[in-house]
Design a protein around this ligand. Structure first.
Ligand code: DHB
Length: 485
């Protein structure tokens, strides 16, 4: 309590922060030790409104830093958060994209980080290692530092650091909300699903992460590129109907597409997912389920005044004297998927584990599962077998374990993990970076386990994040208040 009071006063004293001896006993490398002259900044938003906040930057969140470029975080505290800091949500934005390393950056007036400051939340922007981060050792050797799951481990270490500094850093460390897009959306979903799971413990130990919990309060996931080892089959099962039309594949690519598509039902059916009404989801009823999200999304857009594209396979009801009515009554999925392809070309098969199957090209996923020498590797048996022409080859168990540690689907409601209760998941209705099923299945597994999920295939959105921030932040306010009751 003493710490909190000190911090509160310090905030009021225009940044003159002096803790005296209150925390001397915890003055180790992970103790938040703010500079007495933490700079004050003012952010101006496009609409002319402003927010004033203090910046605490370049804080290393592990004791045994491997990569000093990435393993630090920045904390931004808006003025109001100094006065009610024990109730203020902490909004953690990751800039991970393409499974690459991300730096701790400043907040932006055009993404959710700036909006979070305007809401009065403490904003944390951590860096994290990724597929491309490397260091040169004393002996001149190049070492890739961020191969999976190291990027995720860094983000967990950042969360532990925040909790370790509860009472020193303003904000309620039981209200940490993570936000990311694409590979960053996958990271956010993993942070949400895998809280405190022991599989990451050895990595966290080696880094000297704080001995704290790393579960979070809410996960905001825009177009999460996840369930990677099943993403190729999901993609081909979905988009197979476009192969000979808008997609324009070669016969060789079509063969791979067909083989992958044929594998998906076994995986899908093994998930044992249920629709909200309790019906078991299988490959037989899945397209109708998927359509239900698209229809709902199109209807919302229509209600908001959007024009429906003519070539998207949408059927409206019949209105006055045969004119198009107000209600989306059907979407022809094959036509809709071909429409999606006309807005942006699809990935070629295999979309994710592509290395050496039809071409030597390595994807971000092939890179992130490589090792510290900078190798790129196959991470599915399917592609490994094609690449090596050894048709009984299987992924090495150590790699399998790493692939497992990067898939939130295994961890939701797992007895060893603390899965966050609150989820906000968006996947653009014409985002072709991964199959819609990846987000739909994530959502469905979560609701099947009783979690609170706000999910939408956002109409006319491509592969992007941090949109419709009014909607996001009204959801956040709601879950924060509900939890407070
Ligand atoms: C991202 C996009 C992809 O298509 C992919 O396979 C992995 C990551 C991204 O934008 O982060």
């Amino acid at each position: 309590m003493r710490k909190m009071t000190t911090l509160l006063l310090s905030g009021l004293c225009a940044g003159i922060i002096s803790y005296g001896t209150a925390m001397a006993e915890e003055n180790d490398a992970l103790t938040f030790n703010p500079s007495p002259d933490a700079p004050e900044h003012t952010m101006t938003f496009p609409d002319g409104s402003t927010v004033t906040y203090r910046a605490y930057e370049n804080l290393y969140y592990v004791t045994d830093v491997v990569d000093s470029v990435y393993q630090s975080l920045n904390v931004y505290v808006p003025e109001v958060a100094y006065t009610n800091n024990d109730q203020t949500p902490v909004f953690l934005k990751t800039h991970v994209g393409g499974y690459m390393a991300a730096k701790a950056t400043q907040p932006s007036s055009t993404d959710a980080s700036g909006r979070a400051l305007a809401e009065g939340y403490v904003v944390v922007i951590p860096g994290s290692r990724g597929a491309n981060s490397k260091i040169t050792t004393a002996s001149g050797e190049e070492v890739f530092t961020g191969r999976a799951p190291n990027g995720l481990v860094d983000l967990k270490a950042a969360i532990r650091y925040l909790r370790y500094n509860k009472g020193r850093i303003p904000g309620d460390m039981e209200k940490i909300i993570t936000d990311g897009t694409s590979a960053g959306g996958a990271m956010s979903s993993l942070l949400g699903a895998t809280g405190n799971h022991p599989v990451y413990e050895p990595y966290l130990d080696t880094l000297g992460a704080a001995k704290e919990r790393d579960d979070i309060f809410a996960a905001v996931c825009y177009c999460p590129i996840t369930d990677l080892e099943h993403a190729d089959m999901a993609y081909e099962w979905l988009y197979n109907v476009t192969n000979a039309t808008t997609r324009g594949l070669t016969p060789e690519q079509i063969r791979i597409s067909n083989e992958l598509a044929a594998l998906y039902p076994v995986y899908l059916n093994s998930l044992g997912l249920k629709k909200p009404d309790g019906t078991l989801l299988t490959d037989a009823n899945y397209t109708d389920y998927l359509k239900s999200f698209l229809i709902r999304s199109a209807q919302r857009a229509k209600n908001a005044g959007a024009d429906m594209p003519e070539n998207a396979g949408i059927t409206m009801n019949t209105g006055f004297r045969g004119s198009p009515g107000e209600f989306v009554v059907d979407i022809d999925l094959e036509t809709y998927l071909n429409y999606v392809v006309t807005t942006q070309p699809l990935k070629t098969p295999p979309a994710f584990d592509a290395l050496d199957v039809l071409a030597p090209k390595a994807t971000p996923e092939n890179n992130v599962f490589g090792d510290e020498t900078g190798s790129s590797v196959n991470f599915t048996d399917f592609s490994l077998r094609k690449a090596t022409k050894d048709f009984s080859a299987t992924i090495d168990p150590a790699l399998q374990e790493r692939v497992y540690s990067m898939n939130p689907m295994y961890f939701i409601g797992n007895e060893k993990s603390t899965t966050t209760p609150n989820w906000y998941i968006r996947h653009g209705a014409r985002d072709r970076d991964t199959g819609f099923q990846v987000s739909v299945n994530l959502y469905t597994r979560l609701i099947n386990q009783g979690y609170n999920v706000n999910f939408d295939l956002a109409w006319n959105r491509g592969h992007m994040g941090d949109y419709n921030l009014d909607d996001l932040f009204s959801w956040i306010r709601k879950v924060v208040v509900q939890e407070g009751n």
